[in-house]
Design a protein around this ligand. Structure first.
Ligand SMILES: NC(=O)c1ccc[n+]([C@@H]2O[C@H](COP(=O)([O-])OP(=O)(O)OC[C@H]3O[C@@H](n4cnc5c(N)ncnc54)[C@H](O)[C@@H]3O)[C@@H](O)[C@H]2O)c1
Length: 304
């Protein structure tokens, strides 16, 4: 693990989120590591904070694997050599190491009280001009912005998974998000080769208000014995031409994240359609989380 203190020395000024700026990432899980990769490969220095020993121990190897994989898929040569990209990312347990970050992407677990606490901490630690983006799957941006003294500098940047391989990001403008904040976020995305699609603030935004119902309903179909998981996904792939079925998509996202996101949607809307089905809850309780645990609705070679 790099020494946190060295990562935040000599922070450059200039445009928010420009190449060379230090960018903070909170959470070294699936999304945090993928987003750190996107940033490092575009020439940013990145400081990733995670209190979890296990996450920090495995994150550098996951980053290396992610960079290798992205380079296999990409047609053009990478702008930043692999070693430079790896060295551009610093891992730390301390939120205080984000003091010099001018743009922070929050990728902590999908739990409202936890994210509210993270936003309060970021507000205390970071400079007054820093912008905060949440990668939340469903929590309204305003709910998190209200825990800071800078609601105009908060927005949602809902990256898709795997972040390095997906070109578009659902950008969520909260009711108090300033034009300049939106422009800064869209410029940051353009600089890492991605397009932002701007939507308004609402639980689940556009993507997950629809997708979470689909995954929950597909799991209910399996629970009720109408078809097994492989058959459900085949229907979507072979009949509708989808690249992936809804249950393989759930495995990719992480079934724990699916259940957490459904709970958030339930809490924020009161709509009983978002109650996670028994099968999903049971699989999470058993640790069958999808790809990251090596198995969920489908089996995978090794945990990712
Ligand atoms: N997985 C997906 O497909 C996907 C896609 C888009 C958005 N999201 C959203 O991204 C966020 C992260 O999801 P993920 O799939 O990366 O989850 P994950 O479980 O893979 O990673 C979460 C990480 O946060 C760390 N963490 C826990 N408490 C923390 C704290 N207080 N401060 C900092 N880090 C903390 C954990 O140790 C873990 O490493 C969630 O809000 C999720 O809804 C997930």
């Amino acid at each position: 693990m790099n020494e946190p203190s060295s990562a935040t020395e000599g922070v450059q000024g200039g445009v928010h989120g420009g190449a060379g700026d230090v960018i903070g990432v909170v959470g070294a899980g699936t999304m945090g590591t993928g987003i750190a990769q996107c940033l490092a490969e575009a020439g940013h220095r990145v400081v990733v904070v995670d209190p979890g020993e296990q996450a920090l121990a495995t994150a550098p190897a996951r980053l290396r694997d992610g960079i290798r994989l992205a380079r296999m898929f990409r047609e053009q040569p990478a702008a930043v050599p692999m070693d430079a990209a790896l060295q551009a990312v610093t891992w730390t347990r301390r939120t205080q190491d984000l003091a010099d970050a001018r743009f922070v992407l929050e990728c902590a677990p999908e739990r409202i009280p936890l994210k509210e606490k993270v936003f309060r901490e970021l507000d205390d630690v970071c400079g007054a001009d820093a912008v905060f983006a949440t990668v939340t799957s469903a929590i309204p941006v305003e709910r998190l912005a209200a825990h800071t003294g800078r609601p105009r500098q908060v927005l949602g940047m809902h990256f898709m998974n795997p972040a390095p391989l997906k070109e578009a990001v659902e950008v969520v403008r909260g009711p108090r998000t300033a034009d300049e904040t939106l422009d800064t976020a869209l410029a940051l995305l353009a600089g890492i080769g991605k397009t932002g699609i701007v939507v308004s603030d609402a639980p689940g935004f556009v993507s997950n208000r629809v997708l979470m119902l689909t995954v929950n309903e597909a799991a209910t179909v399996v629970e009720q014995g109408t078809a097994d998981a492989a058959t459900v996904d085949r229907v979507f792939q072979e009949c509708f031409g989808h690249t992936m079925g809804p249950l393989a998509t759930g495995d990719l996202i992480g079934l724990d994240t699916i259940v957490d996101t459904l709970e958030v949607l339930l809490e924020c809307t009161g709509d009983q359609r978002f109650v996670p089905c028994g099968l999903l809850r049971g699989m999470v309780a058993e640790g069958r989380l999808g790809r990251k645990s090596g198995g969920g609705f489908h089996r995978y070679g090794s945990p990712m």
